[in-house]
Design a protein around this ligand. Structure first.
Ligand SMILES: Cc1ncc(COP(=O)(O)O)c(C=O)c1O
Length: 410
């Protein structure tokens, strides 16, 4: 499929629709992206209507539009609307899926070196509670997830493969579809954390072959905070036990019994913030209108340029490794802690974030990393912004080296 690259004017037009881009260089899209104005305005308008007319009354008025959110999300990931549950964040989605499985002592769960902390905690908790065995597949020497190592780790006790598509504190992409192929061939349930990949790159649950997928709204999807969703493949819905109930979990209830609703909305709470639901819907619609393949191409091009320029700066080490890299750029500046780099950039209205060891604990421990700088680009960032950030970083690095030299001379 031919991908139409962005023209400069289109980027400028998109930036004009995002108030936060006006006087700030936002490179913390892996934390929370700047939302488009339409997302914010939709939520503010909805909240105002609620205040004027009542929450239930306004919800009833927008019922059909609210329900459309599931269909749009399904379109985004090539699923069916009845396979989507709206939840508060990616950790909630992952927890509902993971803890819905019936673990027995000795069941094996395979994960990767790049797994996110919330998920690792879920695995460790199940190890304590049920006696599951955690098998972590380390990256190969080039920093790639190893499909042969995954295949070798599978036994007849393997119950689940749970991996993260794009890690929190590294720039590589895991081969989600190749992992799915192994899962399907061996008839193993596959749970994918697409928290950083949804909205950044095409995520197609049919092509990937995952059974469950966990996503947050605020990162590359540019949705509101406190939004997210869980995808559960139709055939898997009945196989997950329910962890909580409210009146909308069921299609029928009597004094003696109940019937659980057929679709994935059984995994949702009824009570959620409808303004946030509409905000997420607008964000998904916005991304779909632009085109995810185009977004992905631009993010990769910007990140490539960024890494190239960073590597040319004396004192900077870029940590990202692997065959396929994404918009998350991680690096260290010699002689200065990442927190100080972030603070110095913040003074210049540049947002970056810190990657702590615990957030991607297997990987960071193996690499001996803690407190690295994470600068994550989105399609609305510009080459000029990246150039400015690199100039600032060069100045920071030079300043540190001069200080070191002066100390030596004293
Ligand atoms: C890879 C990955 N998975 C999961 C999460 C958790 O997402 P949430 O905070 O929405 O629960 C994060 C958050 O940074 C993440 O980077």
């Amino acid at each position: 499929m031919e991908i139409t690259p962005f023209k400069k004017e289109e980027i400028q037009a998109l930036r004009a629709e995002t108030i936060g881009t006006a006087d700030r260089i936002h490179l913390n899209n892996a934390g929370a992206s700047l939302p488009p104005d339409i997302v914010v305005n939709t939520m503010v308008d909805f909240l105002r209507e609620e205040a004027l007319y009542g929450g239930y009354e306004v919800e009833a008025k927008y019922r059909a539009q609210l329900d459309h959110t599931h269909a749009l999300i399904a379109q985004l990931i090539n699923a069916h609307a009845d396979e989507i549950a709206l939840v508060e964040n990616a950790s909630a989605a992952w927890d509902i899926a993971f803890n819905g499985l019936n673990f027995q002592p000795g069941d094996e769960v395979i994960t990767s070196e790049m797994e996110y902390v919330s998920n690792v905690l879920g695995l460790l908790n199940a190890q304590k509670l049920y006696g599951i065995v955690i098998k972590m597949v380390p990256n190969d020497d080039e920093g790639n997830f190893s499909i042969p190592a995954l295949a070798a780790a599978i036994t007849d006790r393997t119950k689940l493969i749970a991996v993260t598509h794009i890690p929190s504190t590294a720039g590589n992409v895991l081969p989600a579809a190749a992992i799915g192929e192994v899962a399907r061939k061996n008839n193993i349930v596959y749970l994918l954390d697409a928290c950083q990949s949804a909205g950044q790159m095409p995520v197609d649950v049919q092509a990937i072959g995952c059974d469950m997928l966990a996503v947050t709204g605020r990162k590359y999807l540019r949705g509101p905070r406190g939004s997210g969703f869980l995808y559960v493949r139709r055939q898997m819905i009945d196989k997950l036990k329910l962890l909580f109930f409210d009146g909308r979990t069921v299609s029928h209830v009597s004094e003696q019994d109940f019937v659980v609703r057929a679709d994935a909305r059984r995994f949702e709470w009824y009570e959620k913030n409808p303004a946030v639901t509409l905000g997420l819907q607008k964000a998904v619609e916005y991304a779909l209108n632009i085109g995810i393949a185009r977004i992905w191409q631009r993010i990769q091009q910007l990140a490539f340029l960024f890494r190239q320029w960073l590597q040319a700066v004396e004192g900077i080490t870029v940590h990202d490794q692997g065959d396929e890299l994404c918009g998350i750029v991680t690096f260290s500046v010699a002689g200065i802690p990442a927190t100080e780099v972030r603070a110095k950039l913040a003074v210049k209205n540049i947002n970056v974030h810190i990657g702590l060891a615990k957030s991607t604990i297997y990987y960071m421990n193996r690499k001996g990393l803690d407190g690295i700088v994470r600068a994550s680009v989105h399609y609305y960032n510009t080459e000029e912004e990246i150039e400015i950030v690199c100039q600032e970083l060069r100045a920071i690095s030079n300043q540190v080296r001069i200080q070191v030299m002066q100390t030596k001379l004293r």
